[in-house]
Write a protein that binds this ligand. Structure first.
Ligand code: 0L1
Ligand code: MG
Length: 263
């Protein structure tokens, strides 16, 4: 049940998207609309997505966030959420990431899935996901909440497209049957020092469970994950703050590494 009217949704979408594009901090939107609910929040996120598509951008994929205990504990929340990835979020492996386009970026090591068949909830499970997966590929997501110091509640962060801003794919792709995603080890280095490490099971027990959850959440809006969709499944470790001058390299067991520099 939503509480905002169309004009309020449109105004909040414009406000949050402008903060993203101008790299300036936003005031938490629940300060103004304390009764906002999840439906309102996703309505705002979808309105931001429409604004980008209307300007000629395309959808690069979807993401699921807050899927690991480390992330939920770090952010003080307990429910996974989803967002979308626009074409210009995509940066090549080894890229320079311009920090003046961002507010206060953090990096997350993630396993990305690409589907070869549609997935629709309710009732979608990890087995359905593995059967519908074309390949998995290492990814680093660069998140950049528009809210001061990443301080938000779930409703505010959903509206802000789950803090999405950039992502980098790299390493080697693999068929899901060729890897043990649950035990997949990941080492995140910043400027040559190990700052986080973990295994795929940190993401809801198995990263495929994150894709299943996404299909089930989208099912609530009568939507599906189309065939050929790229999905970032969520940080395997806590997110790591990066600053101008930092170099990040993430090693994925048997799948190579993904790197970038913040300039
Ligand atoms: O991708 C993520 O897990 C981030 C979701 C939004 C919360 C945050 O900004 O940390
Ligand atoms: Mg993420």
């Amino acid at each position: 049940m939503s509480t905002l009217n169309q004009a309020q949704v449109a105004e909040l979408a414009e406000y949050l998207e402008t903060c993203e594009l101008d790299a300036k901090e936003a005031t938490k939107i629940t300060d103004r609309y304390p009764d906002m609910d999840f439906e309102d929040a996703y309505d705002i996120q979808y309105a931001i997505r429409r604004r980008k598509l209307d300007r000629g951008h395309t959808l690069a994929g979807l993401k699921v966030g807050l899927t690991s205990r480390a992330k939920m504990k770090q952010m003080g929340v307990d429910t996974p959420i989803y967002g979308f990835l626009a074409d210009y979020f995509d940066r090549p492996d080894g890229a320079d990431i311009k920090t003046d386009e961002l507010i206060h970026p953090k990096v997350e090591a993630e396993l990305a899935f690409v589907t070869k068949a549609p997935l629709k909830g309710p009732g979608c499970h990890a087995g359905n996901v593995l059967a519908a997966t074309d390949f998995v590929i290492p990814a680093v997501e660069i998140i950049d909440s528009r809210y001061e110091n990443f301080r938000f509640d779930l409703v505010s962060v959903i509206a802000d497209n789950a803090s999405s801003s950039r992502f980098v794919l790299g390493g080697r792709m693999a068929r899901p049957s060729d890897i043990d995603a649950r035990n997949l080890g990941v080492v995140l280095e910043r400027n040559g020092e190990i700052v986080e490490l973990g295994a795929g099971a940190a993401v809801l027990g198995h990263p495929a469970a994150s894709v299943a959850l996404l299909a089930n959440m989208l099912g609530e809006r009568d939507e599906e994950i189309p065939s050929g969709t790229l999905i970032l499944t969520g940080g395997i470790t806590a997110a790591v703050t990066v600053n101008k001058g930092d170099a990040v390299n993430v090693r994925f067991q048997d799948l190579g590494s993904v790197g970038m520099r913040f300039v």
